[in-house]
Design a protein around this ligand. Structure first.
Ligand code: NAD
Length: 253
């Protein structure tokens, strides 16, 4: 798919990887529909998109809410008169041990709140946005591509029972959609980033970040632009579908 002139939705587009992808796509002439919970962040990203020579619109929407997502995708199609892609990037963590034991006693367990919040945003949000994007693409006969942002944690990681389940889920859903939607000219794929220096990771203690970097074969955190370029590569190569791209500096956890 030629990105120039195409309309791409990026969830979690206010900051972090979402912003980096918006700027990469803007540089290639794509029109961006930026979706997030925070208007100030969205405005900042849109300003940068415009500075990069492209244009777009911002949408406040909680990707975990079915009615909001249905309205969002109808509105995006009506506003732009086209819809060619969605990057399901909005995601959260609520880390904690599955079972925490101290001196032989169970002191805590992962709560239903921790579980449900992460499921709602990462898994249900991706399901809903891809579904509604596909509805608009099929109905309006659009060439389309869906990219899910998974994670290196999708294979299992300490303290992330909830997050790992969602990130394995979004990878698997992309495989399913690649099979189901190819007949409508829609591709689907995923990216599993390693540790990338966005707000989410920079919020960790410096000591923890240094320890992580030391354990990565490339000896550094990834850059948001490195994930953004991978996303653009998927959009631009029409023979990619159903696969997950690992961009992690050689780390396997
Ligand atoms: P981030 O926290 O910097 O940005 C996430 C954005 O999503 C925020 O702007 C937030 O407001 C938005 N968001 C959260 N919940 C939402 C909701 N319900 N509806 C709409 N928007 C919502 O995170 P990031 O580091 O840029 O990560 C982006 C994605 O990449 C996430 O899915 C994350 O799991 C994944 N990822 C990140 C890393 C990393 O190292 N940063 C590694 C692997 C995977």
């Amino acid at each position: 798919m030629e990105l120039n002139g195409k309309v791409i939705v990026i969830t979690g587009g206010g900051r972090g990887l979402g912003r980096a992808m918006a700027l990469e796509f803007a540089g290639k002439g794509a029109q961006l529909a930026l979706v997030d919970l925070n208007q100030a962040d969205l405005d900042e990203t849109l300003g940068l998109v415009k500075a990069a020579g492209s244009d777009g619109r911002t949408y406040l929407c909680n990707v975990a809410q079915e009615a909001e997502v249905e309205t969002l995708f109808e509105k995006v199609y009506n506003d732009f008169g086209a819809l060619n892609g969605v990057v399901n990037n909005a995601g959260i963590t609520r880390d904690g041990l599955f079972i925490k034991v101290k001196d032989g006693e169970i002191v805590s367990k992962m709560s239903m709140d921790q579980w449900n919040l992460v499921m709602d945003v990462n898994l249900t949000g991706t399901f809903l946005c891809a579904r509604e994007a596909a509805v608009q693409m099929i109905k309006n006969k659009q060439e389309g591509c869906i990219v899910n942002i998974s994670s290196i944690s999708r294979s299992g990681n300490m303290g992330q029972t909830n997050y790992t389940a969602t990130k394995a889920g979004v990878e698997a859903m992309a495989v399913t959609w690649a099979k189901e939607l190819a007949r409508y000219g829609i591709r689907a794929a995923s990216i599993a980033p390693g540790y990338i220096g966005t707000e989410m990771v920079m919020a960790m203690k410096e000591e923890a970040r240094e320890k992580i970097a030391a354990g990565i074969p490339s000896k550094r955190l990834g850059k948001p632009e490195e994930i953004a370029r991978t996303a653009a590569f998927i959009f631009e190569n029409d023979y990619i579908s159903g696969r997950c791209f690992e961009v992690d500096g050689g780390l396997r956890i």
